[in-house]
Design a protein around this ligand. Structure first.
Ligand SMILES: NC(=O)c1ccc[n+]([C@@H]2O[C@H](COP(=O)([O-])OP(=O)(O)OC[C@H]3O[C@@H](n4cnc5c(N)ncnc54)[C@H](OP(=O)(O)O)[C@@H]3O)[C@@H](O)[C@H]2O)c1
Length: 338
């Protein structure tokens, strides 16, 4: 195995307060040393995901005291290993890692991660760019299809359907024979999904949306919705679906509280629950998790591929975030760490 020289210091993006991208700074920090059952990953790429934007404003599920290093997922190479057989096993391997748990976020040139769930081996054929986006959205897309199949759903509703995740769910759904009632917010997103083969794509900002959604849900017997917007849209989904339906809220891009009319909950037995990938994975057994990872890895070159719009060096993280937030549809913006 080739020997990689590890420098003393590294470049890191640091969030100094939960007040958005302006609170980010680029700093030099000592390269950490991996302890027992830990590895040092030289991070190559990390995407900017909606969960990262939420983190920057303190809107995400983890809120450690600042300063923190953001970055929910990324990929790179294991360049050094702490004591332990498992850690040595990872040495020289291409891995994906999350920003969850010990070691913190991955918007950092080097990061220490535990070998017990902190790093996942990537298929050799996979690029580090695709590897960097191989955990959060691919596993969530697989989870949505699993949940739908388990519940016996032949059709599901999906909001923010033109997102990177939405496109993956559409491709997987088509492959598995699950019809998707897609909800987007712009005409260009309708065109994008239709060009990719989606049958039903509705624009929530178009006149007559509520009736169109009602008709689509009743014609397809759609009783399960995955909603990333929240606010009043959640109630529109609940209202449009037949009795005994459920909306699973998995994000709140509107940054508004979920709305639900009590009569829909009480008299039509409609429900709202939630999905968060981390806890969902924790509930699966190890074998299922490993099979899920293997299945996702296999599908990343096709159904689970992520489009890339632009790659920025970490030093330009603020510009990268501005670019990404100006239009989130149309490919991921990646940060290059090394
Ligand atoms: N709960 C979980 O475990 C989990 C896991 C994975 C993903 N997610 C969530 O899944 C969603 C999609 O993620 P992604 O990485 O695929 O996103 P992405 O590719 O960056 O795309 C985001 C999409 O959301 C749309 N959008 C943004 N704000 C919106 C709003 N207020 N109302 C309606 N649409 C809005 C964007 O449309 P424009 O182009 O018009 O801005 C874009 O189509 C995110 O909310 C993310 O947090 C949750």
């Amino acid at each position: 195995m080739r020997k990689i020289k590890i420098p003393d210091t590294m470049t890191v993006a640091v969030l100094n307060s939960y007040s958005g991208a302006d609170a980010l700074s680029i700093e030099q920090r000592p390269v950490p040393t991996p302890g027992r059952n830990e590895v040092l990953v030289k991070v190559a790429y990390a995407p900017i995901n909606p969960s990262d934007l939420a983190t920057l404003t303190g809107y995400y599920g983890f809120k450690n005291p600042t300063p923190i290093v953001p970055g929910g997922e990324g990929a790179g190479e294991v360049v050094s290993a702490g004591p332990g057989v498992m850690a040595r096993y990872f040495l020289g391997k291409k891995v994906a890692c999350t920003g969850w748990g010990k070691g913190g976020g991955v918007w950092s040139e080097y990061v220490v991660k535990s070998v017990k769930g902190g790093v996942l081996t990537l298929n050799k054929s996979l690029s580090l760019e695709q590897g960097a986006m191989s955990i959060i959205n691919p596993l969530t897309a697989c989870a949505f299809i699993d949940i739908s199949k388990k519940g016996g759903h032949k059709a599901i509703l999906l909001t923010t359907a033109a997102s990177s995740l939405g496109q993956k769910v559409n491709r997987l759904g088509r492959n598995e024979g699950i019809q998707i009632v897609n909800v987007v917010r712009r005409d260009a997103q309708v065109d994008l999904l239709k060009a990719q083969g989606a049958d039903i794509v509705l624009n929530s900002n178009e006149a007559g949306f509520d009736q169109q959604l009602h008709d689509a849900c009743h014609q397809t017997n759609t009783r399960l919705a995955f909603d990333a917007v929240a606010g009043p849209l959640t109630n529109q989904l609940l209202k449009a679906m037949p009795q005994n339906s459920k909306v699973t809220v998995f994000s709140a891009l509107s940054r508004q509280a979920v709305q639900a009319s009590p009569d829909l909950l009480i008299f039509e037995n409609k429900m709202i629950d939630n999905f968060w990938l981390g806890p969902w994975i924790s509930k699966q057994n190890l074998l299922k998790t490993m099979m899920l990872w293997k299945r996702a890895q296999k599908q990343i070159p096709n159904h689970l591929k992520s489009e890339i719009r632009k790659i920025y060096p970490i030093q330009e993280v603020k510009e990268a975030i501005r670019d990404y937030t100006s239009q989130m549809t149309g490919g991921k913006v990646l940060l290059r760490l090394s």
